[in-house]
Design a protein around this ligand. Structure first.
Ligand SMILES: Nc1ncnc2c1ncn2[C@@H]1O[C@H](COP(=O)(O)OP(=O)(O)OP(=O)(O)O)[C@@H](O)[C@H]1O
Length: 439
């Protein structure tokens, strides 16, 4: 237990309230410290000591930014948001997501800083509480979301804030940016984590199929309905319903979806009985819903129902800081604990230069393919698809908006291979082929 002898030269830490807080910290399971206004650690609990080293090191008298960031200057002077500056301005708590350096490697950590005032209203100290964020990893990981770029962290922060609520979430982003993985992470960080996570792929479903898939049907409701079948809404009871590609729901079905969301009730096809639905809604699309709304292709009332909390997943080309981390994660996954796979510097540089129109999915496919050629476990530039030519806005076959009409005629493989080549899912390929009349 730290004593105030360690706070010599920092009289503010002797404030009686700070002293009481020091003893309070020890009862907290989360890492916590008390800081003076000059960033010196005045007290640290056991959880903090364990988070950054061992119970033997007290951290008292050390600068907080040295411990958590290995910086020589406060975070704001190193280009990061400093919660102490903000808490000072607000004269109240500030919360921020930071990447901390721990003995285990970098970790996403939610930092909360609360100022302590004396009788004159002067801030004498701050209490900092840390919470390790488990929804995504900032170091190579065998599973789940990984990312460390500012753009990724922003999306992760949004996820962290919305997950515990019951608000619907709308995930917006190009194909392959990780919308489904994010939806799963929202579910897992929510109070419904123990319930089911049910995915509804809204693309490629006809109106009748959509209704019976979603709401289920009674025996004999239509030709072929030989038995009663529960719908996905029923399956998602107590959990999360993920409507993927909600922009593809036909207008006629949008009304039924709206009714379900507004009233929380539904009817099985072929039945007049009303059932109550209890699920958390997460929807995703790569389509510009607002523009579709303006063109009458997406219902305004439905849009406002689903878009209470939009999270934009940035394209991979907008977050090059994530590439090395994703590469090392995917190589671990491709090796599956049996092979140690690495990438040499040239290959990594080439991967970092690539524009990744198919985003993370394309990167994963490229690495899985390259791993098959890397006999000694080292992926080299020669194992990767040829580096893209200098950008030519008029003829970039891989540009996100490139028409398939340019690619399909010269391609002789299967649909699956074509999807892998383009770095999109088969589902996305199917949709785009249909959109361009090539199916
Ligand atoms: N940040 C990430 N960390 C680890 N893996 C990721 C990440 N983002 C995406 N992936 C991986 O990339 C692939 C595509 O992700 P996902 O299916 O979630 O994308 P999507 O945006 O839903 O794509 P689509 O719109 O085509 O359905 C998956 O294999 C997923 O595991």
């Amino acid at each position: 237990m730290p004593t105030h002898t360690a706070t010599r030269g920092q009289p503010s830490a002797r404030h009686p309230m700070v002293q009481s807080l020091i003893s309070f910290l020890e009862h907290e399971p989360q890492p916590m410290i008390v800081l003076d206004p000059a960033y010196n650690i005045v007290a640290a609990n056991l959880a903090y000591q364990r988070q950054f080293g061992s119970a033997e090191r007290s951290f008292i008298g050390e600068k907080c930014y040295r411990i958590s960031h290995h910086y020589d200057v406060p975070c704001d002077q190193a280009g990061e948001h400093c919660p102490m500056k903000r808490a000072q301005e607000l004269r109240g708590p500030d919360r921020v997501l930071h990447i901390h350096h721990t003995p285990r490697g970098p970790e996403h950590v939610a930092v909360e800083l609360r100022p302590i005032f004396d009788e004159a209203g002067v801030i004498t100290a701050y209490v900092e509480r840390l919470e390790v964020v488990r929804s995504a990893a900032a170091r190579p990981s065998d599973e789940g979301l990984v990312g460390c770029s500012p753009a990724f962290s922003q999306a992760l922060e949004a996820l962290r804030r919305v997950a515990p609520s019951t608000l619907p979430v709308l995930l917006l982003g190009e194909s392959g940016t990780g919308k489904e993985l994010f939806a799963r992470a929202v579910h897992e960080a929510s109070g419904r984590a123990a319930g089911p996570f049910v995915v509804v792929d809204c693309s490629g479903l006809t109106e009748t199929l959509f209704e019976s898939e979603l709401f289920g049907h009674e025996k004999g409701a239509f030709t072929g309905a030989t038995s009663r079948k529960p719908g996905l809404v029923e399956t998602a009871q107590g959990g999360t319903l993920f409507l993927d590609e909600i922009g593809d729901v036909p207008l006629a079905m949008q009304v039924k979806l709206l009714r379900l969301i507004e009233s929380g009730t539904y009817r099985r096809v072929g039945s007049v009985d009303t059932h109550h639905a209890a699920f958390r809604l997460v929807a995703a699309t790569h389509k510009p819903l607002e523009r579709m709304m303006a063109h009458g292709e997406f219902r305004q009332d439905l849009y406002y129902r689903i878009s209470a909390f939009p999270i934009v997943l940035p394209p991979l080309r907008g977050r090059p800081e994530d590439i090395a981390l994703l590469v090392h994660s995917f190589l671990r996954r491709a090796g599956a604990g049996r092979r140690r796979l690495t990438v040499d510097d040239d290959a990594l540089a080439q991967l970092q230069r690539h524009p990744w129109p198919g985003n993370v999915r394309e990167l994963r496919n490229v690495l899985e393919r390259a791993a098959l050629f890397a006999d000694d476990g080292v992926i080299r530039a020669g194992h990767l698809p040829a580096a893209p030519a200098a950008p030519d806005p008029g003829r970039n076959r891989h540009a996100p908006g490139a028409t398939l009409a340019e690619v399909v005629p010269g391609f002789s493989g299967t649909r699956k291979e074509l999807a892998a080549r383009l770095g999109v899912s088969e589902r996305t390929l199917y949709r785009r082929l249909k959109e361009e009349g090539l199916s």
